[in-house]
Design a protein around this ligand. Sequence first.
Ligand code: MCN
Ligand code: CUM
Length: 796
Amino acid sequence: MSQALDEIKIGGLGASRKRVEDDRFIRGKGNYTDDITLPGMLHMEILRSPLAHARIKSVDTSKAWDIPGVHLVLTGEMMATRNLAWMPTLSYDTQAVLATDKVRFQGQEVACVVADDPYIAKDACEAIEVEYEPLPAIVNPAQATADGAPVIRDDKVNQPDNVIYDWEVGDKAGTDLAFEQADVISRLKLHYPRSHPSPIECCGSIADFNRATSKLTVYMTTQAPHIIRAAVALVAELPEHMIRIVSPDIGGGFGNKVPVYPGYVCSILASILLERPVKWIEDKSGNLISTGFARDIYLDGEMALRKDGKILAVRMHADADHGAFFSDAQPSKFKIGLLHSTFACYDVPAAHLTARGTYSNKAPGGVAYRCSFRVTEAMFFQERMIAAAAADLGMDPAEFRRTNFVRDDQFPHRTPFGFLLDSGQYAKCLEVGLKAIGYDDFRRQQAEARKRGKLLGLGISTMTEPLGAGNSREYDILGIKMFDSAELKIHMTGKAILRTGARTQGQGHETTWAQIVAHELGLPAEDVIVEEGDTDTAPFGMGTYASRSTPVAGAAVSMVARKIRAKARRLAAHLLEVSEEDIEWELGRFYVRSAPDRGVTIQECAIAAYSNMPDGMEPGLENTAYYDPPNLTWPFAVYLVTVEVDPETGVWDVLNMVAVDDCGVRINPMIVEGQIMGGLTEAYAMANMQFITFDADGNCVGSNYMDYLLPTAWETPGFELHSEVVTPSPHHPIGAKGIGECAAVGGPAAFVNAVLDAIAGTGVRNIDMPLLPDRVWEAITYRHDVSGAPPVRSDD
Ligand code: MCN
Ligand code: CUM
């Protein structure tokens, strides 16, 4: 009889184990960057530009130096003497650390002050006198590429205009041919507005340079500590082994904490110059106006269709507004991230995508916010286009999707842009969703309500996301190949410590990685502690973003546990005095095949590794695994929303929302549900209320939390989640796919499609997000599309 452990009881795969990290978080015992205080620590504040585009005539810091308590005032000119006025970005561009020649966006870093406390530093910033000569501002790609447009990046040689790149992918000739044969051509044009990740904790760093040991320690808010270590080594020209990056608890990242920000660099230089720890903690508005924005992309596409509803081809153009510096963190090969994952879940025979990136007088934009490198934009356009095409064909949108989905027997499926989808059951997810929302019933109610002048709408959105960047053949950042790592040390009593190269920011790795170890080794999850974020102790890894942790670091956790199990098997054979071939494994225990009662537990093997190993065996029970994934994992989801729109005011309310997510095997179902709810909440906020844009002078409009609204439990609708569809990834060791971003990626289009469905018949094809009441009202009243693209009037 089997004596295997009950996997759920030990907190293994599939257990909805409570998050162990919450023990400290809910007691207020988290250790965030701002919680850290070092002896002799000074404080740094940044002076930011009030103008979007201006030449700097002079910077006078004398009054700031005179303020008691001020230790250092840094300007661009001083940075330049150390070759630090500019730094490289993660996309092979350069970014100003402190401005020297010009300011290029409102909120750009101009100078900083280090003082005894943050208040003195702030006052001293205000005492710095900067003389500007204003220049015309550019706030969109059309202005950037217009004749005679001022060149924003006149600091760069070989940059005669504002174009960063022109990129294309797909089959142009095949696509053109399909369009010639189409019965119907459907078109859609939209702007996916800027949005901001706005984590609750802002960015910050404490740099601590110790002259005696030559060691630089930086505590900072980064999702990718090892990449930062490499960047600091290159920018500050310090030896890598003398740099220790510690990323303590993070109060939400959402992509905002991937880039390298000037504040980090300035605090490091200040600490080196002053030989004291220097703390920089960004304020909320600094974070909102100057750190990595997402999206800001103009999408224009058309779809070639056959009368019966078959998609023949897709043609798309993207104009991406990157702001003043091209600082996206994304795989080097792909200029516009993974935008070409668009239409992956549909069987599209031919497709062609062109993309142009341009500079503007806005903060750097285009970083990923809860999405795998522009997948949000890709899926949003896809699902808006699908809805428009179904309407043009006069076909039911659910039926149109069903007709065109990649079928279950088509996996692995090569998309027209070259990705290889691993697995999925798309039609089944849709059926579950339609049933849950009561599709046919709702359509009847909708028709009846119309007769009474009430506007009800139903929106569908699907998404599939390429997660787990990536295989090292195709994916690198600045030439560093993308893979990840895990190190597992089993102590002699069978307790363990696991470290990975990822960095949790709230996702729950401390809980879930231990569950993978429990699954592989039968050690109770509570016997495994998980540590991430310290480059002196963690194995090298590329960090946590693009929901790559489960697909890559999580796979490394499985693999390292399997290495440990292989060694434990040899120890078991020795303890049981049989040959290794005669040993079988069941959860938590090795036994003799011919005598299942004779066995040893994994804990007995652990102590043997320290006390009773066979001759010739290296002692100890620890190992490291580096995992280079063979492919990306492709989760799938269907989101359905029903809304009621008030035609008098344009206000819309969510009646019901259903989410069907298939992320393969769920390590911790409760955490997965939390990730989905968080993502749906953000999706709702983007679609409904988050407004941040620019006026003609480049002023950031909506640059405060009175205008840029973060959703609370009050506004957020309820969600009904479904988990019955599980398609394991065939190439992931435990069949798991990523989930962290899916709902934020796929959610927005469901809301927008629902509102547009409610006002069907007005001829309106598009309203740009956020669907604020005045925009919806304008669309209903004047029966035209409503764009929210900048510039807007300052009083809007
Ligand atoms: N998980 C699981 N089973 C699966 C897939 C995932 O149990 N099949 C669990 C994982 O073990 C992990 C969590 O779900 O605890 C998310 O896993 P994964 O999808 O691998 O994503 P990452 O851990 O790489 O997290 C990154 C992702 C990103 S890129 C953004 S942005 C985002 C997100 O996670 N930022 C977040 N979710 C967030 N959640 C919180 N609380 N805070 C953030 O900043
Ligand atoms: Cu894509 S935002 Mo997340 O990658 O940290």
